[in-house]
Each structure stands twice: as C-alpha cells, then as structure tokens.
Design a protein around this ligand. Structure first.
Ligand SMILES: [Zn+2]
Length: 275
C-alpha cells in the first residue's frame, strides 16, 4: 500500500513539474521489471536512477520534439548563437520540458532578438517559462494561463551594477521574484492588491533570495526597447506589465501592454507575452 502511494505521488509530482515525466516513470517501471526478470537480480538505486534518467533524456530530446510538432508546438532555442540571440535563463527550463510554444511565437521572438541585437550588439533575449509540449488546457504551474502554447515569459534586460555591461541573466535564479518595486510617487499596484487581501500577489518575492538585487540591475532603456519591439508586432496579442513600469518606461501608447489584475502574481519581475 505504501509503495503504491509513493509511486502515485512520484507520478503526480513528475507530471506537474514536467508533464511527461509521470508517463516516462510508468515506462521505466515496465522496463525495470523486464530487466530484473532477465538478470534475475534486483536493480540497485544507482541503476534505477540511471535507467529513469536515460529514458527521460531520450524522450525529452529525441522523441517529444517531433511528436509535439505534430500537435503544433515547437521548442524554443536551447542556447544563443551568433545568428540567434535567444536563450533560456536556466537549462532546467528545457530539461523539464517547459519551453514549448507555437511556431509563430518563436518567429516573433526571433525577429525581436534580431532587431534588438542590431541596436545593442551584446543583447540577448532571455526566456523563462513557456508551455508544456502537449494538450491545450494543461497548465504549466504556477502559471495557470501557460496552457496553450501561446504564452511565454521573458526576463527584463539586466546590467551589472558596477560595470554597467549587459548581463543577459536575471538577479533571480528562477527569473521570478526579484521585483522592480514602485518608487515614491508611482502607482503602487502591489500595495493595492495586498490591501484587497490578495496574499499571493507578492508571494514569489518572499520565497526568492534577493542576494543579487543590487548587483544585477534592470537596464531601463533596453528593456523598454525590448517591450516596444514586441508590442509593435501584429502577432502579439497582450503583454502583461505592472502599471508603474508601463508609466516609468513611457509605454503608455501601447494598448497591448495591459494590467492583469490582482488574482495573478505581480509583473514587475518579468514580461509576460502572449499571441
Ligand atoms: Zn506568463
């Protein structure tokens, strides 16, 4: 009974984290039984972990991408090159299969990265969570709306506080939770939401280490330009940004740049983009 409950929890956890990990776990159980029958030996812990990881990585890099393509989703680029200045903030984004989007969204990002790089040669687009490979309506937690291949989160453009050079990274190791908080005189939407009782609005800030907040700082001009280039594209439907940043960065003319409401989490730590 305990083993059964343990296995169900493992499957649930892997499914929530990676969508396909739970299914691969079932496959792993089957392969393990076959291998143990053949060798008439129980597999050790290392062998079991090795077997699961092998199956998982083969599926992630070789089997899922072509199947996802049949369902209209493709992976975002794994790393930046001379030609394509796009990369994930961390390898976990693609190791966990959280980097799938509609082909049109890749085109939008590729065009934007190209222009951005022309204007600022060292500037790359750093992406965060996108969508899982399959099934419209299957949310990529904690982002409930990232469930159809049409959503993508991007990091702001950051620079080193000392050298002022572009860093192409984020002060937060997940890309979330280190905020560009409202200054004196700016609209303080997080405060408004807190007073209305939306406790979740700023929760990521509370659980994210803030060590790099003063070392890696936002580059206002380049982030503004990045958002402008995105907003100008026809294919882009909405961009979510905290109201004080829309004002601070002089983006008031773009109706596509919206406020998302208190029921979500705050958006002064990243850009949410959707078709
Ligand atoms: Zn988002």
């Amino acid at each position: 009974m305990l083993t059964f409950l343990k296995r169900i929890s493992i499957i649930l956890l892997l499914t929530v984290l990676t969508q396909v990990g739970g299914l691969i776990y079932l496959l792993y159980q089957a392969v393990k039984i076959i291998l143990e029958k053949r060798s008439r030996n129980k597999m050790g812990t290392l062998g079991r972990i090795g077997l699961y990881l092998t199956l998982y990585l083969v599926a992630t890099f070789l089997i899922i991408p072509p199947i996802a393509k049949q369902f209209g989703r493709v992976p975002m680029p794994y790393y930046a090159t001379q030609k394509s200045a796009i990369k994930p903030l961390t390898i976990f984004t693609y190791l966990l299969n959280r980097h799938y989007v509609k082909p049109r969204l890749v085109e939008v990002i590729a065009r934007t990265a190209h222009t951005l790089k022309k204007e600022f040669p060292n500037c790359q687009i750093v992406y965060l969570d996108a969508n899982f490979p399959f099934w419209n309506g299957f949310p990529l937690l904690p982002h409930l709306s990232h469930n159809d291949g049409r959503k993508l989160d991007l990091a702001f453009v950051y620079k080193d506080a000392q050298t002022l050079k572009i860093r192409n990274t984020s002060p937060s190791f997940t890309g979330y939770g280190v905020n560009e908080t409202p200054r004196k005189g700016e609209v303080n939407q997080p405060n408004i939401c807190r007073k209305k009782g939306h406790w979740q609005y700023s929760v990521l800030e509370k659980i994210t280490p803030q060590w790099n907040k003063d070392k890696i700082i936002v580059d206002d001009a380049k982030t503004k330009r990045l958002i402008q280039l995105l907003a100008k594209q026809k294919a882009v439907g909405k961009i979510f940004l905290e109201p004080h940043l829309k004002t601070r960065w002089g983006l008031g003319n773009y109706a596509k740049i919206r406020y998302h409401g208190c029921h979500a989490v705050r958006h002064d730590d990243h850009i949410h983009l959707q078709l």
